[in-house]
Design a protein around this ligand. Structure first.
Ligand SMILES: Cc1ncc(COP(=O)(O)O)c(C=O)c1O
Length: 430
């Protein structure tokens, strides 16, 4: 199917490092790593080689009946990288499917333990979990849900974690699903110290499973394999570990569609012996051998090229470059961690008043950036779930520090251009 509005969607033909080129020869600095997925940059011969070598050995192994050498090895390697208590991995082809698989697994876990009625999944205000119906049911980003609201009926409302104790709000939910750093819907606010420990305590008190959605925040994005690992280096959160981790995006470095779910041993052992048969989530292309080969190579490069420490070394430079935007009269906040940053755009930064949604300021700034050869992500909802424009910035993890001021300048110029377009004309003269 051809795209609905070809003129609005340039056709990309080539990539190299942190840049992509469209068919007309225009170059873009990709400050969102494709879709927070091209962690290691474009044009990598090593990744292309990993892919073609795997393809030339074995194209396919039916996931419900076989392992492939690649899927077996990838499971071992990713579990090793994640560390204890994770002992089981299953693979999907996307982040949304990973979230769906995690939700199904949490339900099977509760059923197996004698609680089939615990179907509810607590989820948080403004968090985004994907496009499939299962993930959308527990997503609180109005623009994504609105066209399907009637199909999603019955899901419990999102919890506002600042409104009171999580434990009370969770009720009888069998699981709590949360983005570790909520990006698409909220613009990357880093949770306050102690918040992950609070999730852990609330889930333990309720005998519920904590599912960490690390689809966007994983694979070095914030200087660790998963964002929860980095955040639990903070004293207040130390020791808080999720029961289930959903991942995707960066796992394939943009070279192959791979996502998956990791289970802590205590969850895996229940799922293995669940009445009605061990938990499985087989899909034709889930854990595809070629995608797993790419996943393995991404993990190897992260290790060999010290990607996590490089992100940590450079995050200050990215923060400083983007923080220059804080002085802009329409920027309320610049926040984030590692190579994931949010820029909050507001009509009035002093009062925090958002722009009217119909002005579509974030989308227009994104388009203006693109016209200037810079790719950023636009979102809304960071004020009240609907209003509140924001941008996300998440460059490839191999970016050089000299790219960062270019990103900040591109955003500032684009914002100024959009504001000039939207400001009412001055009094006519003459
Ligand atoms: C936090 C989070 N979870 C899940 C998803 C869904 O992943 P995918 O687009 O690969 O289905 C996304 C995608 O943006 C995401 O940001």
């Amino acid at each position: 199917m051809s795209s609905p509005a070809p003129s609005l969607r340039p056709t990309l033909v080539r990539g190299e490092g942190v840049h992509v080129w469209d068919r007309d020869g225009r170059r873009y600095l990709d400050a969102i790593s494709g879709s927070f997925s091209v962690q290691l940059g474009y044009g990598r011969a090593d990744l292309a080689r990993a892919l073609t070598e795997a393809a030339s050995r074995l194209a396919y192994a039916r996931p419900s009946r076989f392992e492939s050498e690649e899927s077996e090895a990838y499971a071992e390697e990713i579990l090793l990288a994640a560390g204890p208590p994770y002992t089981r991995a299953i693979f999907t082809t996307s982040g949304s499917e990973a979230v769906d698989a995690a939700l199904k697994a949490a339900y099977r876990y509760q059923s197996a333990r004698g609680h089939p009625g615990r179907t509810g999944v607590a989820h948080l205000r403004g968090h985004f979990h994907g496009a499939t119906l299962g993930a959308l049911r527990v997503t609180d980003v109005r623009a994504r849900r609105a066209p399907y609201e009637l199909l999603l009926g019955g899901a419990p409302p999102p919890i506002d974690p600042e409104a009171g104790p999580l434990e009370e709000a969770m009720g009888d939910s069998g699981a709590l699903l949360a983005e570790t750093i909520p990006a698409a819907g909220l613009g990357a606010p880093v949770p306050r110290p102690g918040f992950l420990a609070e999730i852990r305590r609330a889930c333990d008190a309720r005998d519920a499973l904590w599912i960490a959605d690390e689809v966007l925040t994983g694979f070095g994005r914030v200087g660790s394999l998963f964002a929860w690992k980095r955040l639990t280096e903070r004293g207040e959160d130390r020791g808080a570990r999720p029961d289930i981790i959903a991942f995707g995006k960066g796992a394939g470095g943009g070279y192959a569609p791979i996502g998956g779910v990791l289970f802590a041993e205590r969850v895996a052992s229940v799922l293995d012996s669940a009445p009605g048969g061990a938990f499985s989530h087989a899909q034709t292309y889930g854990g595809h051998a070629i995608a797993c080969a790419v996943g393995r190579h991404v993990l190897a490069v992260m290790r060999e090229e010290n990607i996590e420490s490089r992100v940590r070394e450079k995050e200050k430079a990215l923060r400083e470059a983007l923080s220059a935007l804080s002085a802009h009269p329409h920027v309320l906040d610049v926040r984030g961690l590692g190579f994931l940053w949010g820029v909050l755009l507001r009509k009035d930064r002093r009062t925090g008043e958002p722009f009217p949604r119909e002005l579509r300021i974030a989308e227009r700034v994104e388009a203006a950036c693109r016209d200037r050869g810079l790719l950023v992500f636009s979102g809304s909802g960071s004020h009240d779930g609907n209003l509140g424009d924001h941008l996300l910035v998440g460059p490839p993890l191999v970016s050089d520090t000299h790219h960062f001021p270019q990103i900040a300048i591109g955003i500032r110029e684009s914002l100024d251009a959009v504001m000039r377009d939207t400001s009412p004309p001055g009094p006519s003269r003459g």
